[in-house]
Design a protein around this ligand. Structure first.
Ligand SMILES: NC(=O)C1=CN([C@@H]2O[C@H](COP(=O)(O)OP(=O)(O)OC[C@H]3O[C@@H](n4cnc5c(N)ncnc54)[C@H](O)[C@@H]3O)[C@@H](O)[C@H]2O)[C@@H](O)CC1
Ligand SMILES: Nc1ncnc2c1ncn2[C@@H]1O[C@H](COP(=O)(O)OP(=O)(O)O)[C@@H](O)[C@H]1O
Ligand SMILES: [K+]
Length: 466
């Protein structure tokens, strides 16, 4: 299971959406006009996919419900059989107008409401601030499950738009969520993000939308230049520890993500692949000017020897990827005055250990971590969030769930290091490119795989990155 969302698209909180709406209104638009765009945009999608089947639209009391009434009118106008079931009377002026303009009967939404082959959920959007009633949630689940095709208008009803929580409620799975005007964090973050396999944007006339939080996009990395040599393509050093496998995976991944030279500082025996150059760890091993990036953490251990290696990596003036065990040894103060880029790649457990449990959404927490660490933070999980200290954030679509296997994090660390070492992009760009390659490789495999195979599949993903 993975997710399709628009690439490189801005992600706005509910408050930022309201500000964008106010700007549009100040420039001459109106809520009714925006709602007309939203509802007809939804109707376009439903009309295209419903193929003449009966459509049931569930309308809530706010403007999300208003969008639903507009969609109902637009669909009926095109000859699509439509029923509307509402949760009470509209509470906003625009929604009341939209309901009046619909002009056809409105059923009262209840446990008795009859299902239809196509379901459109326009109950709640960005205005929801608390859990929806359990009986309503049950009715919604029943109607969505009974439909052949289900749409969520703006958001699946029952989610907190900013945090991606569901207030403890189980959401049904929708075929398509139509994000109005812009994506919201709940389209991407767990648990809400997992309820929609596909998210599409519907323009509603808000004009140019911008913001520091964007979805992941194809990195646009190219084949080696004609005059490339192994060092110009990027030299990656992986510092090994007692668990050799992890650092071997990172080293292999660095090659498959395009690095020209990969050196593994190891105490282990030479192993295939022979392309990985092996040397014993020594003081001064990181002095080589040609080193583009250093990976430390995978299989490093947490003893004094591991600490010594981490200290040496931090003392070097090379770009660093700090993962796994090294995240447990790291003191954030050590990063304060570092000029060369640092990318930290914690999963949720490592993140909590490093930054504390914290408040806010995964986006807020990643950003707070990045600022405190003065480093790019790749907060991993099915919903990976990357944040830079300057406030920019990249959110990846829900990843391929076959990634939930040992060693895939080591592969990611190697891929990010290759990007840091070979490209001219900044640390957030390198982290994003690494996450893109890693996610794309997993999608291409889309089966039960070993982390070794994932590392090799990075090369196939690279082909698609141009
Ligand atoms: N921001 C924009 O630019 C636009 C937003 N539009 C739509 O407007 C939506 C937001 O509309 P609203 O702010 O009216 O909010 P919603 O329609 O999302 O829901 C808020 C309404 O539900 C009630 N409510 C909240 N929590 C409840 C609960 N747990 N149980 C029962 N009732 C509850 C509130 O009292 C309020 O009446 C967006 O998601 C989008 O669909 C569009 O109409 C067009 C323009
Ligand atoms: N259910 C999932 N869906 C998508 N991606 C996942 C899932 N679980 C884990 N991942 C991804 O797999 C990788 C696992 O990394 P990590 O937890 O460090 O594992 P390890 O230390 O064993 O290598 C991360 O990139 C993470 O984002
Ligand atoms: K909705």
């Amino acid at each position: 299971m993975f997710q399709t969302v628009p690439e490189g698209a801005p992600v706005l909180t509910a408050e930022a959406m309201r500000a964008a709406e106010e700007r549009a209104i100040a420039e001459g638009s109106s809520v009714a006009e925006l709602m007309e765009h939203a509802g007809t945009g939804v109707a376009d999608w439903v009309h295209r996919l419903a193929a003449g089947s009966e459509v049931l639209i569930l309308c809530g009391p706010g403007n999300n419900g208003g969008d639903g009434y507009v969609a109902a009118r637009a669909l009926a106008h095109r000859g699509v059989p439509v029923r509307v079931a509402a949760l009470g009377e509209p509470k906003t002026e625009a929604a009341a107008q939209a309901r009046a303009a619909w002009g056809e009967p409105v059923e009262s939404l209840s446990g008795e409401t009859e299902a239809a082959p196509v379901l459109v959920d326009a109950l709640f959007g960005t205005g929801l601030t608390r859990a929806i009633d359990a009986t309503l949630a049950e009715t919604m689940r029943r109607l969505v499950a009974a439909a052949r095709l289900s749409f969520a208008v703006d958001l699946p009803s029952g989610v907190d738009a900013d945090a991606g929580n569901t207030f403890g409620c189980d959401l049904p799975g929708y075929d398509l969520t139509l994000a109005l005007g812009a994506l919201k964090p709940a389209h991407l973050l767990l648990p809400a993000g997992a309820s929609s396999r596909t998210v599409r944007l519907v323009e509603i006339g808000l004009g140019e939308i911008d913001g520091p939080v964007r979805t992941l996009e194809r990195p646009g990395i190219a084949a080696p230049r004609r005059d490339a040599h192994k060092y110009s393509r990027g030299m990656v050093v992986v510092i090994s520890g007692p668990m050799h496998g992890a650092s071997e995976l990172a080293a292999r991944a660095a090659y498959r993500a395009g690095a020209g030279y990969v050196l593994l500082l190891t105490g282990g025996l030479p192993n295939p692949p022979h392309a990985i150059v092996r040397q014993r760890w020594s003081e001064g091993a990181l002095d080589d000017e040609r080193i583009g990036a250093v990976v430390t953490g995978p299989g490093l251990g947490r003893d004094d020897r591991a600490r010594e290696k981490l200290d040496a990596a931090l003392a070097s003036d090379r770009a660093l990827v700090i993962d796994g065990d090294a995240l447990h040894l790291l003191d954030l103060d050590m990063l304060k005055d570092r000029a060369a880029p640092v990318v930290l790649t914690p999963h949720a457990g490592e993140f909590d250990a490093l930054f504390g449990a914290g408040q806010g959404s995964k986006i807020d927490r990643a950003l707070d971590g990045a600022r405190r660490a003065n480093a790019v933070v790749v907060f991993k999980g099915a919903d990976t969030v990357m944040a830079a200290p300057d406030g920019r954030v990249t959110v990846a679509p829900m990843g391929n769930s076959w990634l939930s296997v040992a060693g895939t994090g080591d592969v990611l660390a190697g891929a990010i290091a290759a990007m840091l070492a070979q490209s001219s992009v900044d640390a957030l760009g390198a982290a994003s490119a690494g996450v893109w390659l890693h996610g794309t490789a997993a999608r291409m495999l889309d089966r039960c795989f070993l982390a070794d195979e994932l590392a090799d599949a990075l090369a196939l993903a690279y082909e698609r990155a141009r």
